[in-house]
Design a protein around this ligand. Structure first.
Ligand SMILES: NC(=O)c1ccc[n+]([C@@H]2O[C@H](COP(=O)([O-])OP(=O)(O)OC[C@H]3O[C@@H](n4cnc5c(N)ncnc54)[C@H](OP(=O)(O)O)[C@@H]3O)[C@@H](O)[C@H]2O)c1
Length: 253
């Protein structure tokens, strides 16, 4: 996606994937700063990155998670473009509240920021009820840190939801069970699956067959990537059509 955008605009750059062990992250980020590089952090580095990137946007600081970094005057800066990506994908689905949010990890935090920006009420679903309650309490802290009004939030106890968001890794592997039982999403009108795989995810297909509007993580991937690209190359609008086509080729069945 990034290399397709770089080639389309004739930029002198290349996007490369590095597999980095958690213990090597500080050294890797120091090397990136020394070389004037920018990039993305993904699982499991987003939270650790927030402790290691010295200059964070207020959003990345409030979420304690960085997915995009760049170098300015020899120092690393970090932002969280998952929030814009998830928000845009939900807007495209016309996502009505309340949103039932599955998972309490980094992308669930980004979904909370998107909900706070839209005033969307939330239901939190976790494998552990205590974690759901703690996460619900954290949304109030996040709202304060972002200078936004808190939203109505509760642990999921079977209340009606209009939109369902899968912010767990369930769906990444072909044989994965659905992220939540059918009874919890069949009454909704929209579903966003943050996972993606070639040919689409089984849960997204099941949602569409049941009449929901549904997107998998491909839409979020492009949107967060477009915002990241504009951090890497300030003043250069991301060629979204090129990036969308590159992701579509990658995710083709
Ligand atoms: N499309 C995109 O651009 C995009 C962007 C960001 C993330 N993602 C995807 O979203 C998914 C979640 O990412 P993340 O960064 O939020 O991960 P994470 O920080 O590890 O959090 C995942 C959460 O899912 C829940 N969970 C439920 N079943 C699980 C299982 N079998 N194994 C592990 N956790 C499980 C856990 O919450 P409880 O323990 O409370 O249940 C956990 O906190 C990943 O698949 C990632 O690839 C996609």
């Amino acid at each position: 996606m990034h290399n397709a955008a770089i080639a389309a605009l004739g930029l002198d750059a290349v996007y490369v994937a590095f597999r980095v062990a958690p213990t090597a992250l500080p050294t890797m980020l120091e090397a990136c700063a020394a070389a004037g590089m920018g990039g993305n952090l993904t699982v499991p580095h987003k939270q650790a990155g927030a402790d290691r990137v010295p200059h964070l946007t207020p959003l990345a600081r409030a979420l304690g998670a960085v997915n995009t970094f760049w170098t300015d005057a020899g120092a690393l800066h970090g932002d969280n473009t998952d929030v814009a990506g998830i928000g845009e994908a939900l807007d495209a689905l016309g996502a009505e509240p309340p949103w039932l949010l599955c998972g309490t990890g980094g992308s669930a935090r980004a979904t909370v920021a998107a909900a706070l920006r839209r005033g969307a009420a939330l239901l939190i679903r976790s494998r552990d009820p205590g974690r759901a309650a703690a996460f619900a309490a954290w949304t109030v802290e996040a709202a304060a840190a972002l200078g936004l009004a808190p939203v109505e939030v509760a642990s999921d106890e079977g209340q009606a939801a209009r939109t369902v968001v899968n912010a767990t890794p369930q769906g990444l592997a072909g044989g994965d069970p659905p992220p939540l039982p059918a009874a919890r999403w069949r009454g909704a009108h929209a579903a966003l699956d943050l996972t993606y795989r070639p040919g689409g995810t089984a849960w997204t297909r099941a949602c569409r067959e049941a009449g929901l509007r549904a997107s998998d993580g491909g839409a979020v991937l492009v949107a967060q990537g477009a915002h990241a690209f504009e951090r890497f190359f300030p003043g250069t609008p991301a060629p979204r059509d090129v990036m969308t086509a590159a992701v579509a080729r990658f995710l083709a069945p």
